[in-house]
Design a protein around this ligand. Structure first.
Ligand code: HAM
Length: 416
């Protein structure tokens, strides 16, 4: 017996109402904010992610699904959506459009070779939004507001926005130097990963969750204390605007995010309940990325949320979603002559917008009625030789067993 590969999941019909709910809610919201939908391929040139997400990040070091195809090209299944959208922005010359260009994706499959657990998969799906071409703090606010409103619209409660600014590339060297000065005497006490990070990617020391390292992060130098005047201005405007919009946030000086492209604003949205501490969404500003990918300097900001994590939280919080549309009519048929008519009746009902299926053939009336009941049909439409001869159909309402006869041509109206 085959099973789906570790860390992947089938999305079965019973779960589709959740997926549809998240998709339609997110699409409506994104369009209301003036975002246009974009879809990019699920694999890209491997170098795209090495250069953007960063060679020394967990994602690129340990988690990418990379392979050579038969043409000997190095490809990577996308681990995230921002770099591909920036690649598309450049490839299609979107810099000539009014800026910022606002783009969203929904149900975008992502691939990370991560250790699977609740809400963490190797293939997962994101809602991803990017606003490319503006450095205004108002656009950071817009992105955070979208994230906040999306979760609120979905009905999720008890979420917190966690916020920080990591400054820009010119603020970084003095900060990194201070961080290294702080950490070097502690090196012997750090976990293996952090010993390495001290050399390769010191900023990531701050979000190590291991017990050996966590206490040290508290006293570590804070990025907010190393912001230039212009970075501080951006930060002040951002926090003031969030207050204006009544979007609550907490500042966490350890929040740096796991991807290298961020500058200035970084944020995450986390559930407050115990046991659901995994981040539900995150994002931030990435002013250097487009240039790093070969474009002109182009500021940008964005956000992504995992659809599996949203659905996990919807279920945990007992939030009801609109159900799957049920079957309205099962066409029950008796005798060979009736079968062809039943086939046409089911087909014509569907043409008229009624959800209808044919009962399995070669079974007794009783068995077919049982079938209608078991699929939760609202009506059974019964066709025997007599009915066919008279051009009528017996309409049985399953809820109360009441039955009446109508002309075949009236069948759709009778079950509406
Ligand atoms: P990220 O924080 O790596 O950011 O991922 C965003 C969200 O994707 C997470 O908060 C989580 O909900 C979901 N996610 C991540 N990994 C997994 C996994 N293994 N299984 C299930 N869900 C997962 C980014 O991807 C950035 N591209 C976000 C961004 C957009 N920044 C700017 N623009």
């Amino acid at each position: 017996m085959f099973r789906s590969p570790r860390g992947t999941a089938d999305i079965l019909p019973a779960d589709q109402p959740y997926w549809r709910y998240v998709e339609t809610t997110a699409a409506e919201l994104c369009e209301r904010f003036g975002y246009g939908r974009i879809e990019t391929p699920i694999f890209e040139d491997a170098k795209l992610f090495n250069r953007s997400v960063g060679e020394a990040t967990d994602i690129v070091e340990k988690e990418t699904y990379s392979f050579k195809d038969r043409g000997n090209d190095d490809l990577t299944l996308r681990p995230e959506g921002t770099a591909p959208v920036c690649r598309a922005y450049l490839e299609h010359g979107m810099h000539v459009l009014p800026q910022p260009v606002r783009l969203y994706s929904i149900h975008a499959q992502m691939f990370r070779y991560d250790r699977p657990q609740a809400g963490r998969y190797r293939q997962f799906h994101q809602v991803n939004v990017e606003a490319i071409g503006s450095q205004e703090a108002a656009v950071d606010v817009e992105i955070i507001e979208m994230a906040w409103r999306l979760f609120a619209k979905l009905g999720l409660r008890n979420l917190t926005v966690v916020l920080n600014s990591i400054g820009d590339r010119s603020d970084r060297p003095t900060y990194i130097a201070a961080l290294k000065r702080y950490y070097e005497p502690l090196a012997a006490q750090l976990c293996g990963d952090c010993k390495r990070r001290l050399e390769t990617n010191p900023l990531r020391l701050l979000d190590c969750k291991k017990e050996t390292c966590r206490p040290h992060t508290e006293q570590a130098p804070r990025t907010l204390d190393f912001l230039s005047d212009s970075s501080r201005g951006h930060w002040n405007e951002l926090t003031a605007s969030l207050k204006t919009l009544h979007i609550p946030f907490t500042i966490d000086h350890r929040l740096v995010r796991g991807l290298d492209y961020y500058t200035h604003t970084v944020f995450e949205i986390v559930p407050q309940e115990d046991g659901a501490q995994s981040t539900i969404g995150g994002g931030g500003r990435y002013d250097g990325l487009i240039e790093q990918l070969g474009g002109k300097p182009t500021p940008a900001v964005g956000f992504a949320t995992g659809m599996e994590r949203i659905i996990l939280n919807l279920k945990r919080q007992g939030i009801a979603v609109p159900g799957q549309r049920g079957i309205t009519a099962v066409v029950v048929h008796l005798g060979d002559g009736a079968r062809a008519h039943a086939l046409s009746l089911a087909s014509s009902l569907r043409e008229q917008g009624v959800t209808a299926v044919l009962a399995p053939g070669g079974k007794s009336m009783k068995a077919q009625m049982r079938y209608a009941e078991s699929v939760g049909a609202a009506y059974a439409l019964i066709l025997g030789d007599d009915e066919v001869r008279q051009g009528v159909v017996a309409v049985k309402r399953m809820a109360d067993g009441s039955q009446r006869q109508v002309a075949m041509s009236e069948a759709a109206a009778a079950v509406r």
